[in-house]
Design a protein around this ligand. Structure first.
Ligand code: B12
Ligand code: SF4
Ligand code: SF4
Length: 385
């Protein structure tokens, strides 16, 4: 596309939001919007975030609680880490796929890996290789950034997918890409919530006013709150992340609180329950993204199959996937927890054998704690031979 430069006055270049959105879509994003900074609801967002951190709901995710020299939470307001930013391009990529949901009936011996972690790209020889949205989308964002710099000359910018010191959902909401649901996810009226977000902070201001925000469409629905098995959604729009299965299975490194282990059910990496029950995800279009395709073997995976992987096989299976980051022993901790919850008695001998197999050490402490829990839980359940 041809980008035309606009001038707000003789000195300052400004970005045309329609053109920038079109550019992001050309590079493969599902939706995009340019948000002028500061955003209108900046104070309320900061206050909400402050309450979250002060309540300790971030748990071991210490990066969320980082403060600046004045003692303010860095990511509460975009202008704290990025005082030079005049606008931010929020990009959204759908990863909704034509595969079952976690809340549908499945084999008792299967686990659940969050949908976002199933992704793969097709190589030239036709094989599927694991892909990671962080890398895939960052590359796209950098392509957008490069075109803008070609057209507008040099200016300050930063591209982030997930890892930047900013509240991506709050910014995406302010940019009109959806509303924040009671499950705390950003929900787009057409594409639902199985979407990734990416943000490009820009020194150039937007030529247009802030986009219209989309009003909350949750209405009187409470499906997500009712379905959350660990009570992590403590109130509509509020999460205690230390109770969230996504946190417990991915971010939390130590042993899992036995009071929460039962609620984890068969989730072994992340959790989709509060999105799978959401009516706004029923009719979302299937994403046809060549780099975010589905590794079918990770949908309802057999727990025994994953438990048999040694460390080298685990690395090979998940190299290039977001699952690798959780580490071998955390994944095993999650697997034995799911086995304990399964009611499948044939897992007992395997679990018993692990007592002698797992080496002692800090790495395996959480696993060994989960193993004891799983053995006593499975023995108490009896059930499906
Ligand atoms: C830490 C984190 C987590 C934590 C905590 C999640 C949470 N709800 O707080 C854990 C590990 C639990 C987690 C889980 C998941 N995560 Co996460 N996570 C993040 C991360 C890195 C920071 C989020 C954060 O700061 N949380 C603290 C809370 C307080 O902030 P917040 O949720 O952003 O909420 C702010 C706004 O939404 C706003 N707000 C809320 N309600 C309202 C209402 C109004 C009217 C207004 C004005 C504002 C407003 O106030 C809050 C604070 O200001 C972001 C990436 C990023 N840099 O933003 C990804 C991110 C939020 N995660 C993402 C994903 C995909 C997931 C999972 C689906 C993964 C999975 N399947 O397991 C789950 C979803 C669980 C859920 N129900 O939220 C996506 C969300 C995409 C989307 N469409 O919403 C993000 C944006 C990553 C990305 N780049 O795509 N995640
Ligand atoms: S992701 Fe799972 S545990 Fe976390 S809030 Fe949603 S349903 Fe609850
Ligand atoms: S399940 Fe219902 S309340 Fe929860 S986010 Fe979806 S529409 Fe909103």
């Amino acid at each position: 596309m041809v980008l035309t430069m606009q001038t707000a006055d003789s000195e300052h270049l400004t970005l045309d939001s329609h053109q920038v959105r079109t550019l992001a879509l050309e590079f493969g994003f599902t939706e995009a919007a340019l948000l002028p900074l500061p955003a209108q609801d900046v104070e309320r967002t900061d206050t909400r975030f402050c309450r979250f951190v002060e309540a300790g709901y971030h748990g071991q995710m210490h990066y969320l609680a980082r403060r600046d020299e004045a003692g303010n939470l860095v990511r509460g307001r975009v202008d704290r880490p990025f005082p030079w930013a005049r606008s931010v391009l929020l990009c959204m990529a759908s990863y909704y796929s034509d595969a079952p949901k976690s809340v549908e009936t499945a084999s008792a011996s299967s686990g659940w890996i969050a949908r976002y972690a199933w992704t793969a790209r097709r190589e030239a020889d036709g094989t599927l290789r694991p892909s990671d949205y962080h890398k895939v989308l960052l590359k796209r964002l950098r392509q957008v950034e490069a075109v803008l710099k070609e057209r507008y000359g040099s200016f300050e910018s930063r591209a982030y997918v997930d890892t930047g010191p900013m509240l991506e959902r709050a910014a995406a909401r302010a940019a009109g890409l959806g509303w924040i649901g009671k499950n705390t996810c950003l929900i787009h009226p057409k594409h639902g919530s199985f979407t990734f977000l990416a943000a490009l902070l820009l020194e150039l201001p937007a030529a247009d006013a802030a986009p219209m925000t989309i009003p909350d469409r949750c209405g009187s629905c409470t499906r997500c709150l009712d379905a959350c098995p660990t009570g992590a959604l403590i109130a509509p729009y509020q999460m205690d992340a230390t109770r969230c299965i996504a946190y417990l299975t991915i971010e939390h490194r130590d042993g899992i609180d036995p009071d929460l282990s039962e609620g984890i059910g068969r989730q072994i990496f992340g959790c989709d329950i509060c999105q799978d029950v959401c009516p706004w995800n029923r009719k979302a279009p299937i994403a046809r993204d060549e780099q975010l395709g589905v590794r079918r073997e990770l949908v309802n995976p057999d727990l025994e199959w994953l438990a048999e992987l040694d460390e080298a096989q685990f690395e090979a299976m998940f190299n290039g996937s977001p699952i690798r980051r959780t580490g071998y022993w955390s994944m095993r901790r999650n697997l034995v927890t799911a086995m304990g919850n399964s009611g499948v008695l044939r897992f007992l001998p395997w679990l018993e054998r692990q007592r002698t197999v797992a080496p002692p050490g800090a790495d395996t402490a959480g696993f060994r704690q989960a193993l004891d829990w799983a053995l006593s839980r499975l023995r108490s359940l009896g059930g499906n031979g």
